[in-house]
Write a protein that binds this ligand. Sequence first.
Ligand code: F6P
Length: 329
Amino acid sequence: MSKQKRIAILTSGGDAPGMNAAIRAVTLKALSFDHHVFGYYGGYNGLIGEHFTELGAAHVADIIHRGGTILKSARCKDMHTNAGILQAVNSLRKNHIDALIVIGGDGSFKGAQELAQHWSGQIIGIPGTIDNDINGTDATIGFYTAIDTALDCIDKIRDTAQAFERTFVVEVMGRDCGIIAMESGLASGAEQIICKELIDDESSFVQDLKEKVADSLKNDAAHSYVIVMAEHSLSISAQELAQQLSNFTGIDSRSAILGYVQRGGAPVAGDRILATQLGVASIAHLEAGDNGVMVGIEDNKVTLTPLKETSDTHQRNRSFVARLKEYRL
Ligand code: F6P
């Protein structure tokens, strides 16, 4: 039998639906090996401030279907300082932690790599962010729910766009990655999708877009026109783009920013299953002695990616978007 380990777990960065399912899977799987699991509150802030509780089966009962994270989350400024990193390391040592499981995104994995410079315990990452922008996994926990939430909102916007014969620019999240825009745009039958990965030259892209909208309004019987736009994909806001479209076409355009609604809600089945698979895999790989890696799922198989490679996303995101671009009608 393997040595009983003291495993710390935290959720960090933008919360994502399914994080609770991952906490549950990690905890139950670890308990099955008689390990101890300590849930740290508020991401790395909890580690630095030694704010934690030992998790038993009762703590994780009845959470698989809940959005948010029972451990809370944060973007921890102190982890950008040497003093903060050393405090976190001291906290791990003082509490005799053998292994740390970090559920989060790119920034959270950078924090984990900083800790690894000073601490020899095992570290495993689990990709949790609605953005689906992590190298080494086909999907991140939270993504499936976020696109369904965005889709539900876009469908509703379509109803009012249709009734008023308006053009709408709907901004979705995704920070530096257009996958939420691409998938929710495809699924909603949006007339246009805007994301960085599709733009070479912004001014010609916007000019072309205006002409396409104007042409469609002239030609089509049904005059609703929905444009799904990833946040930060243009130098102008969704509101400004809608204004420019109104000016160019002479037809009312409106904008809607979906915002944080995309981070909330009960996780859909896809996220619960992904979170469960990755949670179980993280403990299996701790048992196998792996360290400094993220567990992901690619082509239906569990894969390991060194944490330092998880932020190499440029090529990955572009090829995801390029693959989906083929299906635009
Ligand atoms: O990382 C997830 C995300 O929701 C991004 O889509 C968004 O840009 C960002 O977090 C918002 O971050 P914050 O919660 O710090 O405002």
